[in-house]
Design a protein around this ligand. Structure first.
Ligand code: ZN
Length: 277
């Protein structure tokens, strides 16, 4: 049964991913979310055949069926990523499916919602090097409110009263980012990363959240070093364009990569360090 459900969640993820693409694209151009999608090149209104997630892109070999112009790789990448994350959310929560159905439904819906917000933040930051406040505050609000959802001994939904530490976690994790932003006057780090850290803290808790952020820095550092090497040895004489050391590299995708490691694999650096000591 689990295999069938994993496939179901992946397909559902691909459909939601296709909707998230619309959100990412239209938010930047000020278009409304309603209305039919059109080809950006020939302006043909796209029909059902053109809008099947993943399959349309593969069948048309990444081109518009009407004018043959190339369709951005962002579309299929976001659809596949969302499919993978949705299947992962089910896998993480599947043990509760029969044992605690109410808890399964709440945790799964919560996980899917958070993943959708994070996909938008990740792709938007990657493309535009900024995290719109609307996205980071939605993430922070959803994760903050979720702390008040609890389950009683029968597995029924109840109201939880989180500890003061839990309520402070987002602020504790956002504070170092805020300081970096303040000291560097926004050169090392955007304030958007601080706002993102709020939600990371409330979503994962203090220990796992701090671990996710440290992982985010490591992944970001490795990536930056690779980029600098490529820059130095391969792009030297190409129209003087170079990747800068600082804010030109979007940071949210790395923080979110750290969060995904923590959420899906429970990867906590503090526990690992504990084993080593
Ligand atoms: Zn076209």
């Amino acid at each position: 049964m689990n295999t069938v459900l994993i496939i179901f969640f992946a397909l559902f993820g691909a459909i939601i991913g296709s909707f998230l693409n619309v959100v990412i694209y239209r938010l930047n151009t000020g278009m409304s979310l309603g209305g039919r999608s059109k080809c950006f090149s020939c302006n043909t209104t796209l029909g059902a055949r053109d809008l099947v997630p993943v399959f349309s892109f593969v069948l048309a070999r990444g081109r518009c069926r009407h004018c043959g112009s190339k369709v951005s790789w962002q579309y299929i990448t976001v659809e596949l990523l969302t499919a993978l994350l949705f299947a992962g959310v089910f896998a993480v929560n599947s043990s509760m499916l029969l044992a605690a159905p109410a808890q399964f439904v709440v945790s799964t819906v919560y996980g899917l919602l958070v993943m959708s917000i994070l996909v938008v933040i990740m792709v938007y930051d990657f493309r535009h090097k900024i995290i719109p406040d609307m996205f980071s505050y939605t993430f922070a609000t959803v994760t903050f409110l979720a702390m008040f959802i609890g389950f009683d001994s029968l597995g029924e939904i109840s109201i939880a009263m989180p500890s003061f530490l839990s309520l402070s976690t987002g602020i504790i994790l956002a504070f170092p980012f805020y300081l970096l932003w303040l000291i560097s006057e926004g050169r090392w780090m955007g304030l958007g990363d601080a706002k993102l850290a709020l939600g990371i803290g409330w979503f994962l808790g203090l220990s796992l959240g701090a671990s996710a952020i440290i992982f985010g820095f490591w992944i970001g550092a490795v990536f930056s070093v690779c980029l600098l090497i490529v820059d130095k040895y391969f792009k030297k004489n190409h129209h003087g364009h170079s990747f800068g050391m600082k804010s030109e590299i979007p940071f949210a995708p790395f923080l979110i990569a750290g969060l995904l490691l923590a959420y899906f694999f429970g990867y906590n650096i503090f526990e690992s360090v504990g084993y080593l000591l």
